[in-house]
Design a protein. Sequence first.
Length: 384
Amino acid sequence: PPPPPFTSTLPSLPVWLSSSAMSAEREEEEPALPQVGMIIEHDVGKWRVLRNIASGPFSDVFIVSDMSDSRQKYAMKVEKQHGNIRAVLKLDVMVLSCMQRRGAVGFPRMVAAGRTSAYKYLVMQMLGPDLGKLRRSLPEKRFSLATALKVALQTVDRLHALHDAGWLCRDVKAPNLVIGINEDEDNGQIYMLDFGFARRFRDSEGNLIPPRASAALVGTFQYAPLAAHAHKDQSPKDDLESWFYMTVELIKGPLPWGSFKDYHQMGDYKRAIRNEKRADFLSGCPDELGTIMDSIDQTQFFEVPQYELISRELRSAAARADVDLEMPFDWQIQRWMLRRAHFVGDLGESNMASERIANATTTDDDDDDRSSLPVDTTPPLESR
């Protein structure tokens, strides 16, 4: 049966996001994170915690089963109430509830959000392995050209939808893009998730927000755009720059700067691929990718990226290479990829460099974007 629509019993989003009015007694009673076998209760349902499937620097993810139908499984993302490096769950809720209200395709379906005295949680649609693990499950560490182009077409559509809603991702990468979990139904659908570094670039009236004097380098350094390396605020074209690096990686395999430890060196290499290293970087890719990179680079901060041109060039690349975009994805043909992906380790952890900029007139960290950006703090509405 379909899951219940997303609702929130919280009186207002700010109370949930920032309330610290919890008794010491309750904090002592409550474990810091859910435990296997624990029952999570909410007005829209009850779920039993089955196991932890992911632990990161900002949150943990658990598989839970519906108490009314144990065959129905969901993912539950959990964040501690205190001691986090960065609070991310509030942004996941705000972005996903926004996309759900808009009826956007390719974003996880939310079921419920709530909190205990020790942690906040978000129950949502359970999905399959991420594109990073699927790529690295292959011996050559790259997809077929058909799969890479099909992924690129879907993911640029996801970014277009996100940007139309006034949000930036600021952490575009293959590990934040996953497939559906049902082999016979939706594992040809790419879903976008993990919005812990998301930020509005339009205010509540739809006006573009001017860039700040400086900003932190947020996201995942391997895929960070040049603006982030320069500690500048990002815009939609910067999400597409990260998307472009990811797309080249899906086609060719690991990025040439992927093994670098220093993000300054990564930035130097990214600048070089616009000049002396361009030919080497794009070798093995369809010629159309050069056109796409130029289009992204030529887009200004306040300009709308040329999404249609990008999609058109990707389809042109497929036609010129005699690639059938209707053929199945690699993981639909080679089913063993789905099993192997579960044993592939994580790669490309999200980071945040808080290096201060000399003479900056505004803060360069994003611990609290509310100081420089209007944030919609109304409770998520019931899904349409």
